[in-house]
Design a protein around this ligand. Structure first.
Ligand SMILES: [Ca+2]
Ligand SMILES: [Ca+2]
Length: 725
């Protein structure tokens, strides 16, 4: 694009992200959303840039029309680029570095969240009602029962707390065994086609081309418009096609493994064991993963190793760069240190507080404009968790505490939104135990909210959470299952470490088989399944595996604005799928019984949609928002009510004016939209005396029950739309 078009694209109406807000309702009070977002933090910088870009436009005669219209008549777009927009069937794969940061939802709609990554592995396991918000996009992070992780409007590798994957193995007649993990460690040339609802992944290797078979994976959940029930199954289907590329017969196997993730976020704080049980029935082999109470099991002692509390009153153990952190830790707020004043009256306390002892690290020496960095001494990670107190700017790309392992940045955390109390946050760093690490605290920002406060950093094997009793009513209570649609599959309920497991198989051995195994909740408990088959020259065979889950106890997530709340206190609303299934094995049995139809109808939708004469890029972009239905943005409660956050988290209650923009669900799954009209707009949210419809459903706490004119008007139009449909 030309410079001119770039400049104009920064017009005022684009400056607040989605630019949805002309309503009296807002995410946080009775002010305009755009004003709120812009003034409440990072937006301040945006406002300054915006003002200067408008001045630039006014001073540039060629762009003068933009001042009046914001979109100039002559946009000077590159003709080649324009032509490309109209190309049909320009089907392109994502490859290389793009694979690291891409993710596509692959679970049933409104039934928890699971993503497939670029290399075919699974991530973002928010299947157990364990992410209570996805945070407003500004925040870049989300607090879950597994710790603090990235999200929002930037790129990052989707996180997986669980060990999971597949490998392909071939055995020649002469006994030569070749084994590759179906991920980037096993293949250096992977092609990913993200055509929602189906991800297609081709595994190739330039560096090791000697694998005698080709492998293609299709990863998806059934997605069948006008059949909401069969599109909301808590399942991810993984179909692998393996083809013999040689002139000789080949024995092959697909091996999958999955870690029991039940109550994983409660490790050390809940007296329980994970349990894996093997079962076989015609056509399927399943390992059901759940938990059992272990009232006599000792809780992990809450031993902590304080790494730094700054109580020496100096930075002796830190390398200090820049001015922001001063020459010594602070003993309180520094002169002028506060959040930029908000243009609305709110009752939040935004003063600095709750540091530990006398001293804490504070980057406001020299005001918000100062920048700097504290770097710790190197240390070896020995415990599962790193815990720290933190407050300050919430954009961790500017102000943050960070962990590098073996010289590579692996974790970052910023402050919380509009909250300067130093709160305990933590990272699960189990995967880095035994490795060299450093912590560094960074202030790279010079805008008014750009400062960071850090205190009491400690290492522990338990998260900073309360002890809880095992209970069938717990939100994270439930089960998950790994199934091979092969009743002769080899199965191991406990295969130890994945590396050892795969090596043992390659050597012709196998771990001991059990019908049932238990492990202390704090241990990794990984189950494996292997499906073997032979391939004639040129022959292809498909093997199907299922990952299913069943965590029925969804609580209502409506505390505060819907974010920063680690444990929701809301009533149980449940997940819709509990009405249809007994457990995750039952889910797998339903999918197995109906597999041909579910796959056929899903592929029919995919093919019908993507074989349109419209340009491929356009089809992809229109389909992408639909995948939001399969994220934790959306919920479908036991009683049949659809309920959702606004978008990337903020805010709760299926907000009327924001969901005005969603047209896909009404046409593809009309019963979901109809439920919002029936449960919310025309029932709970309606004032029978005036007909006013509140902007949010099921809200308590600090969310004001206000009306939004555009939401009200939209509710009328949506009711009419549902009538027509
Ligand atoms: Ca301290
Ligand atoms: Ca600063």
């Amino acid at each position: 694009m030309s410079n001119n078009s770039k400049r104009v694209a920064k017009g005022p109406d684009d400056s607040a992200g989605k630019g949805t807000g002309s309503s009296a309702d807002s995410c946080c009070g009775s002010m305009n959303r755009r004003d709120f977002v812009m003034r409440a933090g990072a937006g301040l910088a945006g406002a300054v840039q915006l003002a200067s870009s408008r001045l630039t436009l006014a001073a540039d005669p060629e762009a003068r029309s933009a001042v009046d219209h914001y979109v100039p008549e002559l946009k000077n777009l590159d003709p080649g680029w324009l032509r490309k927009l109209y190309l049909q069937n320009d089907r392109t794969a994502l490859t290389g570095a793009a694979l690291d940061t891409l993710g596509m939802p692959c679970g049933g709609i409104a039934s928890g969240q699971l993503y497939v990554r670029g290399d075919g592995t699974l991530a973002h396991w928010w299947i157990a009602n364990d992410a209570y918000d996805t945070g407003p996009g500004l925040m870049q992070q989300v607090t879950t029962t597994q710790g603090t992780y990235e999200q929002g409007y930037h790129t990052f590798r989707p996180y997986s707390p669980l060990s999971q994957g597949f490998a392909v193995e071939t055995r020649d007649a002469d006994g030569t065994v070749r084994r590759r993990r179906l991920d980037r460690t096993g293949f250096d040339d992977i092609n990913f086609f993200g055509e929602y609802p189906v991800a297609t992944i081709d595994y190739n290797s330039d560096e090791r081309p000697d694998l005698p078979v080709g492998v293609r994976a299709e990863v998806f959940s059934p997605f069948i418009p006008l059949n909401t029930r069969d599109s909301a199954i808590p399942v991810t289907i993984l179909r692998f096609s393996v083809s013999n590329r040689t002139e000789r017969p080949i024995d092959a196997a697909l091996v999958g493994w999955l870690q029991n993730g039940v109550f994983r976020g409660k490790r050390g704080r809940l007296q329980a064991a994970t349990r894996n049980r093997l079962s076989r029935s015609p056509g399927m082999t399943t390992i059901l993963m759940d938990s059992v109470p272990m009232p006599d099991a000792p809780l992990v002692k809450r031993q902590i190793r304080v790494f730094e509390d700054f109580e020496t009153g100096d930075y002796a153990d830190w390398q200090v760069q820049g001015d922001a952190f001063g020459t010594a830790p602070a003993t309180g707020a520094l002169p002028g240190q506060q959040l930029p004043p908000l243009p609305i009256e709110i009752d939040w306390d935004t003063s600095i507080g709750d540091w530990q002892g006398e001293f804490f690290a504070n980057s406001f020496h020299g005001g918000y404009e100062a920048k700097g960095r504290l770097t710790s001494k190197p240390f070896v990670v020995e415990n599962r968790y790193i815990v720290f107190k933190i407050s300050g700017g919430f954009d961790f790309r500017k102000t943050s505490i960070n962990l590098s392992v073996d010289g590579k940045l692996v974790r970052s955390a910023g402050g919380a939104f509009l909250d300067l109390k130093l709160r305990d946050r933590y990272w699960d760093v189990t995967e880095f135990i035994g490795k060299q690490a450093r912590l560094f605290v960074v202030d790279a920002g010079g805008s008014p909210a750009d400062f960071i406060n850090v205190d009491r950093i400690y290492f522990s094997d338990v998260p900073p959470l309360d002890d809880e009793l095992w209970s069938e009513q717990h939100p994270q209570h439930g089960n998950m299952a790994l199934t091979a649609l092969d009743d002769e599959a080899r199965a191991w309920t406990d295969c130890g470490s994945v590396d050892d497991f795969l090596q043992t198989l390659a050597d012709g051995g196998a771990p001991e088989s059990h019908a049932e195994t238990k492990r202390d909740l704090s241990d990794d408990h990984i189950a494996g399944l292997g499906s073997s088959f032979s391939l004639s020259p040129g022959e292809s065979k498909t093997r199907t595996f299922l990952v299913t889950w069943y965590f029925p106890n969804r609580p209502l997530s409506n505390t505060r604005m819907g974010f920063s709340s680690q444990v929701p206190a809301g009533k149980r609303v449940g997940n819709r799928y509990e009405v249809w299934y007994e457990d995750s094995r039952d889910v797998a049995a339903y999918v197995a019984d109906n597999l041909d139809r579910l796959v056929r109808e899903t592929m029919l939708f995919r093919d019908t949609y993507f074989e349109s004469t419209l340009p491929y890029w356009f089809l992809q972009r229109v389909a992408m928002p639909l995948s939001t239905l399969a994220t934790e943005t959306c919920q479908w409660w036991s009683n049949g009510r659809f309920w959702a956050f606004e978008g990337v988290g903020c805010c709760v209650g299926t907000c009327t004016h924001v969901w005005n923009y969603a047209q896909g669900p009404a046409r593809l799954f009309p019963d979901l939209e109809r439920s919002v009209r029936e449960f919310q707009d025309l029932e709970e949210g309606m004032d029978p005396d005036t007909g006013a419809i509140t902007a949010r459903g099921e809200t308590v706490g600090s969310i004001p029950a206000v009306n939004a004119l555009d939401g009200q008007a939209g509710a009328v139009l949506k009711a009419y739309r549902e009538h027509l449909i």
